[in-house]
Ligand binder design. Structure first.
Ligand code: SF4
Length: 188
């Protein structure tokens, strides 16, 4: 059987516990009962990758009965060796947080409250506004007559909760529209 850093650590720690507690005559019944209640007990380990930046730290996702029950850094992966930054450590809450929005919210100009909208209305509204802005503000040539094809009235702001692939698609779409002003919250 192939020995990994993780299985080696598990084996060593189990051995130490057996020697120091078992051999000293402690009753391990309570410890075994506690271990049986751990949230990852009986869960399948699925290797995945943190989606939040290009470091691509490896993650162990614990899945039980088709549901994600926990995530942690993979100690066998040489890039992160089990460690995760604050964003990667909070990955599980992206899935479970009660603050997670599941439907688009819209706040009209000068309004002080949000209204729930469906995706069809939201995507149509975004497309219409992007087209209106581009039709109105696209700059084809600069003062010297050089072709620039740039759109300065739209600003694209990324989020650390977008994956690398989503960011790449957004970046290409914005450049295709001529958008030159972009930044990303993950840099903060
Ligand atoms: S966001 Fe943090 S945990 Fe995720 S890949 Fe980047 S450094 Fe690793």
């Amino acid at each position: 059987m192939k020995s990994t850093r993780r299985s080696f650590l598990k084996g060593v720690s189990a051995g130490i516990v057996c020697l120091t507690l078992g051999q000293l005559g402690f009753d391990l019944g309570d410890a075994h009962a506690y271990a049986g209640k751990l949230k990852i007990e009986g869960a399948k380990e699925v290797i995945s990758v943190c989606p939040f930046c290009s470091v691509c730290c490896q993650i162990i996702a614990y899945v039980r009965d088709g549901r994600l029950v926990a995530t942690e850094g993979d100690p066998d992966f040489p890039v992160n060796e089990g460690a995760l930054c604050a964003k990667g450590a909070a990955l599980f809450t992206m899935y479970t947080s009660r603050h997670r929005l599941e439907k688009p919210l819209y706040r009209a100009p000068f309004s002080n409250h949000w209204v729930e909208k469906d995706w069809e209305w939201t995507l149509n509204e975004i497309a219409r506004r992007v087209k209106d802005a581009r039709d109105q503000d696209m700059i084809l040539k600069n003062a010297k007559g050089q072709t620039v094809n740039r759109l300065e009235s739209i600003f694209a702001m990324g989020t650390s909760h977008a994956s690398n692939e989503e960011c790449a698609v957004i970046h290409q779409a914005m450049r295709g529209l001529g958008v030159v002003h972009m930044d990303h919250q993950a840099r903060v």
